[in-house]
Design a protein around this ligand. Structure first.
Ligand code: NAD
Ligand code: LMR
Length: 320
Protein backbone atom coordinates (compact mmCIF):
# COMPACT_ATOMS: atom_id res chain seq x y z
CA UNK A 1 0.00 0.00 0.00
CA UNK A 2 1.52 3.26 -1.14
CA UNK A 3 1.15 6.46 0.83
CA UNK A 4 -1.71 7.58 -1.48
CA UNK A 5 -5.31 7.65 -0.31
CA UNK A 6 -5.26 4.19 1.27
CA UNK A 7 -3.01 4.99 4.22
CA UNK A 8 -4.63 8.21 5.52
CA UNK A 9 -8.10 6.77 4.86
CA UNK A 10 -7.16 3.64 6.82
CA UNK A 11 -5.93 5.84 9.66
CA UNK A 12 -9.25 7.69 9.82
CA UNK A 13 -11.22 4.44 9.65
CA UNK A 14 -9.05 2.78 12.32
CA UNK A 15 -9.83 5.69 14.65
CA UNK A 16 -13.57 5.67 13.85
CA UNK A 17 -15.73 4.32 16.70
CA UNK A 18 -18.30 3.05 14.16
CA UNK A 19 -15.76 0.58 12.73
CA UNK A 20 -15.35 -2.70 14.60
CA UNK A 21 -13.09 -4.45 12.09
CA UNK A 22 -10.83 -2.91 9.45
CA UNK A 23 -9.41 -5.26 6.85
CA UNK A 24 -6.76 -3.91 4.46
CA UNK A 25 -5.97 -5.36 1.05
CA UNK A 26 -3.31 -4.21 -1.44
CA UNK A 27 -0.79 -5.78 -3.80
CA UNK A 28 2.11 -4.28 -1.79
CA UNK A 29 3.05 -3.09 1.71
CA UNK A 30 -0.12 -4.13 3.54
CA UNK A 31 1.67 -5.96 6.38
CA UNK A 32 3.69 -2.87 7.38
CA UNK A 33 0.76 -0.49 7.27
CA UNK A 34 -1.37 -2.96 9.22
CA UNK A 35 1.29 -3.44 11.91
CA UNK A 36 1.67 0.32 12.27
CA UNK A 37 -2.08 1.02 12.54
CA UNK A 38 -2.58 -1.94 14.89
CA UNK A 39 -0.84 -0.03 17.70
CA UNK A 40 -3.60 2.60 17.78
CA UNK A 41 -5.80 2.09 20.83
CA UNK A 42 -9.17 2.32 19.10
CA UNK A 43 -11.97 -0.27 19.08
CA UNK A 44 -11.47 -1.42 15.49
CA UNK A 45 -9.70 -4.74 15.15
CA UNK A 46 -7.36 -4.66 12.14
CA UNK A 47 -5.83 -7.13 9.73
CA UNK A 48 -4.19 -6.80 6.36
CA UNK A 49 -3.59 -9.03 3.34
CA UNK A 50 -1.59 -9.35 0.16
CA UNK A 51 -2.86 -11.36 -2.83
CA UNK A 52 -0.87 -14.48 -1.81
CA UNK A 53 -2.58 -17.20 0.24
CA UNK A 54 -6.11 -16.20 -0.73
CA UNK A 55 -5.55 -12.69 0.64
CA UNK A 56 -8.47 -11.13 -1.19
CA UNK A 57 -10.84 -13.84 0.02
CA UNK A 58 -9.65 -13.38 3.61
CA UNK A 59 -9.88 -9.58 3.40
CA UNK A 60 -13.32 -9.44 1.80
CA UNK A 61 -15.19 -12.28 3.50
CA UNK A 62 -17.64 -10.87 6.05
CA UNK A 63 -17.14 -7.24 4.98
CA UNK A 64 -20.12 -4.91 5.37
CA UNK A 65 -18.50 -2.07 3.44
CA UNK A 66 -15.76 -2.21 0.79
CA UNK A 67 -14.00 1.07 -0.02
CA UNK A 68 -11.92 0.95 -3.22
CA UNK A 69 -9.12 3.52 -3.75
CA UNK A 70 -6.97 1.13 -5.84
CA UNK A 71 -5.34 2.13 -9.09
CA UNK A 72 -2.97 4.63 -10.58
CA UNK A 73 -3.39 8.40 -10.06
CA UNK A 74 -2.94 11.18 -12.64
CA UNK A 75 0.23 13.03 -13.54
CA UNK A 76 0.19 16.57 -15.01
CA UNK A 77 -1.25 16.62 -18.53
CA UNK A 78 -3.40 13.52 -18.01
CA UNK A 79 -7.19 13.35 -17.88
CA UNK A 80 -8.96 10.93 -15.59
CA UNK A 81 -10.01 8.99 -18.69
CA UNK A 82 -6.31 8.36 -19.40
CA UNK A 83 -6.35 6.16 -16.27
CA UNK A 84 -9.04 3.89 -17.74
CA UNK A 85 -6.64 1.52 -19.47
CA UNK A 86 -5.06 0.38 -16.20
CA UNK A 87 -7.70 1.11 -13.59
CA UNK A 88 -10.63 -0.53 -15.40
CA UNK A 89 -9.07 -3.97 -15.00
CA UNK A 90 -8.03 -3.31 -11.40
CA UNK A 91 -11.59 -2.32 -10.42
CA UNK A 92 -13.03 -5.24 -12.37
CA UNK A 93 -10.84 -7.70 -10.45
CA UNK A 94 -11.69 -6.23 -7.07
CA UNK A 95 -15.43 -6.20 -7.81
CA UNK A 96 -15.22 -9.85 -8.86
CA UNK A 97 -13.85 -10.38 -5.35
CA UNK A 98 -16.83 -8.51 -3.87
CA UNK A 99 -19.23 -10.66 -5.91
CA UNK A 100 -17.51 -13.83 -4.72
CA UNK A 101 -16.78 -13.07 -1.07
CA UNK A 102 -19.06 -10.26 0.20
CA UNK A 103 -21.92 -9.76 -2.28
CA UNK A 104 -24.11 -7.97 0.26
CA UNK A 105 -21.53 -5.33 1.11
CA UNK A 106 -21.83 -1.64 0.35
CA UNK A 107 -19.28 -0.77 -2.35
CA UNK A 108 -17.72 2.70 -2.39
CA UNK A 109 -15.67 3.30 -5.55
CA UNK A 110 -13.00 5.99 -5.38
CA UNK A 111 -10.76 4.73 -8.24
CA UNK A 112 -10.77 6.94 -11.33
CA UNK A 113 -12.28 7.47 -13.78
CA UNK A 114 -15.30 7.21 -11.46
CA UNK A 115 -17.64 8.00 -14.40
CA UNK A 116 -16.56 4.66 -15.91
CA UNK A 117 -15.41 2.54 -12.94
CA UNK A 118 -18.85 2.62 -11.30
CA UNK A 119 -20.57 1.30 -14.47
CA UNK A 120 -17.80 -1.34 -14.63
CA UNK A 121 -18.58 -2.35 -11.05
CA UNK A 122 -22.31 -2.53 -11.80
CA UNK A 123 -21.74 -4.67 -14.90
CA UNK A 124 -19.43 -7.09 -13.08
CA UNK A 125 -21.93 -7.47 -10.23
CA UNK A 126 -24.82 -7.88 -12.70
CA UNK A 127 -22.91 -10.60 -14.56
CA UNK A 128 -22.49 -12.43 -11.26
CA UNK A 129 -26.18 -11.93 -10.40
CA UNK A 130 -25.23 -9.86 -7.35
CA UNK A 131 -25.95 -6.25 -8.30
CA UNK A 132 -27.77 -4.23 -5.65
CA UNK A 133 -27.88 -0.63 -6.99
CA UNK A 134 -28.84 0.66 -3.55
CA UNK A 135 -25.39 -0.34 -2.29
CA UNK A 136 -23.07 0.78 -5.10
CA UNK A 137 -21.73 4.33 -4.83
CA UNK A 138 -19.20 6.38 -6.76
CA UNK A 139 -17.50 8.64 -4.23
CA UNK A 140 -17.89 12.24 -5.42
CA UNK A 141 -17.72 13.78 -1.95
CA UNK A 142 -14.43 15.55 -2.72
CA UNK A 143 -16.27 17.76 -5.22
CA UNK A 144 -18.74 18.70 -2.49
CA UNK A 145 -15.93 19.31 0.00
CA UNK A 146 -14.17 21.57 -2.53
CA UNK A 147 -17.37 23.51 -3.24
CA UNK A 148 -17.89 24.06 0.50
CA UNK A 149 -14.29 25.18 0.93
CA UNK A 150 -13.95 27.45 -2.10
CA UNK A 151 -17.24 29.26 -1.52
CA UNK A 152 -16.06 30.24 1.95
CA UNK A 153 -13.80 32.87 0.40
CA UNK A 154 -17.01 34.60 -0.64
CA UNK A 155 -19.35 33.86 2.27
CA UNK A 156 -16.73 34.22 5.00
CA UNK A 157 -18.54 31.63 7.17
CA UNK A 158 -16.46 30.25 10.02
CA UNK A 159 -17.17 26.56 9.36
CA UNK A 160 -17.31 25.87 5.60
CA UNK A 161 -18.93 22.46 6.10
CA UNK A 162 -22.07 24.16 7.47
CA UNK A 163 -22.95 25.33 3.95
CA UNK A 164 -24.49 22.42 2.05
CA UNK A 165 -23.84 22.64 -1.69
CA UNK A 166 -25.12 19.92 -4.00
CA UNK A 167 -22.60 18.96 -6.66
CA UNK A 168 -24.16 16.79 -9.33
CA UNK A 169 -23.30 14.99 -12.58
CA UNK A 170 -20.06 13.05 -12.75
CA UNK A 171 -16.51 13.29 -11.42
CA UNK A 172 -14.31 14.89 -14.08
CA UNK A 173 -13.99 18.41 -15.42
CA UNK A 174 -17.15 19.64 -17.07
CA UNK A 175 -19.18 16.67 -15.87
CA UNK A 176 -18.87 18.11 -12.33
CA UNK A 177 -21.74 20.57 -11.84
CA UNK A 178 -21.91 22.55 -8.59
CA UNK A 179 -25.38 23.98 -7.92
CA UNK A 180 -24.59 27.07 -5.88
CA UNK A 181 -28.20 28.24 -6.45
CA UNK A 182 -29.29 25.32 -4.26
CA UNK A 183 -26.92 25.98 -1.35
CA UNK A 184 -28.38 25.77 2.12
CA UNK A 185 -28.24 28.27 3.71
CA UNK A 186 -28.37 30.25 0.48
CA UNK A 187 -25.20 31.96 -0.71
CA UNK A 188 -24.98 35.19 -2.65
CA UNK A 189 -22.22 34.86 -5.24
CA UNK A 190 -21.38 38.01 -7.22
CA UNK A 191 -21.94 37.37 -10.94
CA UNK A 192 -18.33 38.17 -11.84
CA UNK A 193 -17.03 35.52 -9.42
CA UNK A 194 -19.33 32.66 -10.40
CA UNK A 195 -17.39 31.42 -13.44
CA UNK A 196 -14.08 31.21 -11.59
CA UNK A 197 -15.67 29.55 -8.58
CA UNK A 198 -17.46 26.97 -10.73
CA UNK A 199 -14.30 26.19 -12.73
CA UNK A 200 -12.27 25.85 -9.55
CA UNK A 201 -14.66 23.14 -8.31
CA UNK A 202 -14.72 21.42 -11.72
CA UNK A 203 -10.94 21.45 -12.04
CA UNK A 204 -9.92 21.28 -8.36
CA UNK A 205 -8.31 17.91 -8.98
CA UNK A 206 -6.05 19.43 -11.66
CA UNK A 207 -4.96 22.10 -9.19
CA UNK A 208 -3.60 19.40 -6.87
CA UNK A 209 -2.12 17.28 -9.69
CA UNK A 210 -0.23 20.35 -10.93
CA UNK A 211 1.02 21.29 -7.46
CA UNK A 212 2.21 17.72 -6.78
CA UNK A 213 4.15 17.94 -10.03
CA UNK A 214 4.27 14.26 -10.98
CA UNK A 215 3.89 12.82 -7.47
CA UNK A 216 0.19 11.98 -7.89
CA UNK A 217 -3.17 13.55 -7.18
CA UNK A 218 -5.26 14.47 -4.14
CA UNK A 219 -4.75 11.96 -1.35
CA UNK A 220 -5.25 13.70 2.00
CA UNK A 221 -8.34 15.70 1.01
CA UNK A 222 -9.64 12.54 -0.67
CA UNK A 223 -9.04 10.48 2.45
CA UNK A 224 -11.06 13.09 4.37
CA UNK A 225 -13.83 13.03 1.74
CA UNK A 226 -13.85 9.22 1.49
CA UNK A 227 -14.02 8.96 5.26
CA UNK A 228 -16.87 11.47 5.41
CA UNK A 229 -18.89 9.49 2.89
CA UNK A 230 -18.13 6.12 4.53
CA UNK A 231 -19.08 7.55 7.92
CA UNK A 232 -22.43 8.77 6.55
CA UNK A 233 -23.11 5.34 5.03
CA UNK A 234 -22.33 3.68 8.37
CA UNK A 235 -24.43 6.17 10.34
CA UNK A 236 -27.42 5.56 8.06
CA UNK A 237 -26.87 1.79 8.18
CA UNK A 238 -27.04 1.99 11.96
CA UNK A 239 -30.39 3.79 11.82
CA UNK A 240 -29.59 7.52 11.77
CA UNK A 241 -32.26 9.33 9.76
CA UNK A 242 -31.96 12.33 7.45
CA UNK A 243 -28.53 11.38 6.06
CA UNK A 244 -28.17 12.89 2.58
CA UNK A 245 -24.95 13.08 0.53
CA UNK A 246 -24.25 13.62 -3.17
CA UNK A 247 -23.00 10.38 -4.73
CA UNK A 248 -22.78 8.74 -8.18
CA UNK A 249 -25.42 6.01 -8.46
CA UNK A 250 -27.20 3.82 -11.01
CA UNK A 251 -30.37 5.88 -11.27
CA UNK A 252 -32.90 3.24 -12.39
CA UNK A 253 -32.02 1.20 -9.30
CA UNK A 254 -32.75 3.93 -6.74
CA UNK A 255 -36.20 5.33 -5.86
CA UNK A 256 -36.70 8.66 -7.60
CA UNK A 257 -33.86 7.89 -10.02
CA UNK A 258 -35.96 7.10 -13.11
CA UNK A 259 -37.19 10.67 -13.46
CA UNK A 260 -33.61 11.97 -13.21
CA UNK A 261 -32.40 9.45 -15.81
CA UNK A 262 -35.19 10.59 -18.12
CA UNK A 263 -34.39 14.26 -17.64
CA UNK A 264 -30.61 13.90 -18.01
CA UNK A 265 -30.40 11.00 -20.47
CA UNK A 266 -27.79 9.45 -18.14
CA UNK A 267 -28.18 6.10 -16.38
CA UNK A 268 -25.56 7.04 -13.79
CA UNK A 269 -25.46 10.43 -12.14
CA UNK A 270 -24.37 12.03 -8.91
CA UNK A 271 -27.27 13.60 -7.02
CA UNK A 272 -28.03 14.08 -3.33
CA UNK A 273 -29.06 10.62 -2.16
CA UNK A 274 -30.85 9.87 1.08
CA UNK A 275 -29.18 6.94 2.81
CA UNK A 276 -30.87 4.44 5.10
CA UNK A 277 -30.33 1.08 6.80
CA UNK A 278 -30.40 -0.76 3.45
CA UNK A 279 -28.40 1.77 1.42
CA UNK A 280 -29.80 4.36 -0.99
CA UNK A 281 -33.38 5.25 -0.07
CA UNK A 282 -34.12 8.08 -2.48
CA UNK A 283 -32.37 10.05 -5.19
CA UNK A 284 -33.34 13.72 -4.90
CA UNK A 285 -34.23 15.25 -8.24
CA UNK A 286 -32.49 18.57 -7.95
CA UNK A 287 -31.71 18.84 -11.68
CA UNK A 288 -34.95 20.68 -12.40
CA UNK A 289 -34.14 23.29 -9.75
CA UNK A 290 -30.94 24.43 -11.49
CA UNK A 291 -30.94 28.06 -12.64
CA UNK A 292 -30.24 29.08 -16.25
CA UNK A 293 -26.47 29.32 -15.71
CA UNK A 294 -26.40 25.85 -14.16
CA UNK A 295 -28.63 24.42 -16.90
CA UNK A 296 -25.92 25.49 -19.35
CA UNK A 297 -23.33 23.62 -17.29
CA UNK A 298 -25.57 20.56 -17.23
CA UNK A 299 -25.86 20.48 -21.01
CA UNK A 300 -22.06 20.37 -21.23
CA UNK A 301 -22.01 17.60 -18.60
CA UNK A 302 -24.40 15.18 -20.29
CA UNK A 303 -22.46 14.34 -23.46
CA UNK A 304 -19.12 13.68 -21.80
CA UNK A 305 -20.71 11.68 -19.02
CA UNK A 306 -22.74 9.47 -21.35
CA UNK A 307 -19.56 8.57 -23.27
CA UNK A 308 -17.69 7.72 -20.06
CA UNK A 309 -20.56 5.52 -18.87
CA UNK A 310 -20.80 3.67 -22.19
CA UNK A 311 -17.05 3.07 -22.16
CA UNK A 312 -17.29 1.40 -18.74
CA UNK A 313 -20.25 -0.78 -19.70
CA UNK A 314 -18.60 -1.80 -22.95
CA UNK A 315 -15.38 -2.80 -21.17
CA UNK A 316 -17.25 -5.55 -19.34
CA UNK A 317 -19.76 -6.49 -22.05
CA UNK A 318 -17.23 -6.59 -24.88
CA UNK A 319 -13.86 -7.30 -23.24
CA UNK A 320 -10.90 -5.78 -25.12
P1 NAD B 1 -1.61 5.38 -5.24
O1 NAD B 1 -0.84 4.92 -6.42
O2 NAD B 1 -0.91 6.16 -4.19
O3 NAD B 1 -2.32 4.17 -4.52
C1 NAD B 1 -3.05 3.21 -5.23
C2 NAD B 1 -2.90 1.89 -4.53
O4 NAD B 1 -3.62 0.91 -5.28
C3 NAD B 1 -1.44 1.40 -4.42
O5 NAD B 1 -1.11 1.15 -3.07
C4 NAD B 1 -1.44 0.14 -5.27
O6 NAD B 1 -0.54 -0.84 -4.81
C5 NAD B 1 -2.89 -0.30 -5.14
N1 NAD B 1 -3.30 -1.27 -6.14
C6 NAD B 1 -2.94 -1.35 -7.45
N2 NAD B 1 -3.51 -2.43 -8.01
C7 NAD B 1 -4.24 -3.05 -7.05
C8 NAD B 1 -5.05 -4.21 -7.02
N3 NAD B 1 -5.23 -4.96 -8.11
N4 NAD B 1 -5.61 -4.55 -5.86
C9 NAD B 1 -5.45 -3.80 -4.75
N5 NAD B 1 -4.70 -2.68 -4.71
C10 NAD B 1 -4.11 -2.31 -5.85
O7 NAD B 1 -2.87 6.24 -5.81
P2 NAD B 1 -3.85 7.20 -4.99
O8 NAD B 1 -3.34 8.57 -5.01
O9 NAD B 1 -4.19 6.57 -3.69
O10 NAD B 1 -5.14 7.16 -5.95
C11 NAD B 1 -5.87 5.97 -6.14
C12 NAD B 1 -7.02 6.19 -7.11
O11 NAD B 1 -7.99 7.10 -6.55
C13 NAD B 1 -6.59 6.82 -8.44
O12 NAD B 1 -7.26 6.19 -9.49
C14 NAD B 1 -7.04 8.25 -8.32
O13 NAD B 1 -7.27 8.86 -9.55
C15 NAD B 1 -8.32 8.08 -7.53
N6 NAD B 1 -8.82 9.28 -6.86
C16 NAD B 1 -10.17 9.48 -6.85
C17 NAD B 1 -10.71 10.58 -6.23
C18 NAD B 1 -12.20 10.79 -6.20
O14 NAD B 1 -12.64 11.91 -5.90
N7 NAD B 1 -13.01 9.79 -6.45
C19 NAD B 1 -9.86 11.50 -5.59
C20 NAD B 1 -8.49 11.27 -5.60
C21 NAD B 1 -7.97 10.15 -6.26
C1 LMR C 1 -9.58 14.61 -7.68
O1 LMR C 1 -10.64 15.14 -8.00
O2 LMR C 1 -8.73 15.18 -6.96
C2 LMR C 1 -9.33 13.20 -8.10
O3 LMR C 1 -10.29 12.75 -9.00
C3 LMR C 1 -7.94 12.96 -8.58
C4 LMR C 1 -7.63 13.61 -9.89
O4 LMR C 1 -7.14 12.92 -10.79
O5 LMR C 1 -7.84 14.82 -10.03
Amino acid sequence: MKAGIGQPLSLLLKACPLVDHLSLYDVVNTPGVTADLSHISSVAKIDGFLPADDGMKKAFTGADIVVIPAGIPRKPGMTRDDLFKINAGIVQGLIEGVANYCPDAYVLVISNPVNSTVPIAAEVLTKAGKFNPKKLFGVTTLDVVRAETFVQAITGTKDPAQTVIPVIGGHSGETIVPLFSQAKPSVDIPKEKLDDLTKRVQFGGDEVVKAKDGAGSATLSMAYAGYRFAERVMQAAKGKSGVVESTFVYLPGVDGGDAIAKETGCQYFSVPVELGPQGAVKAHNIVGSANEYEKGLLQACYDGLKGNIEKGIDFVKNPP
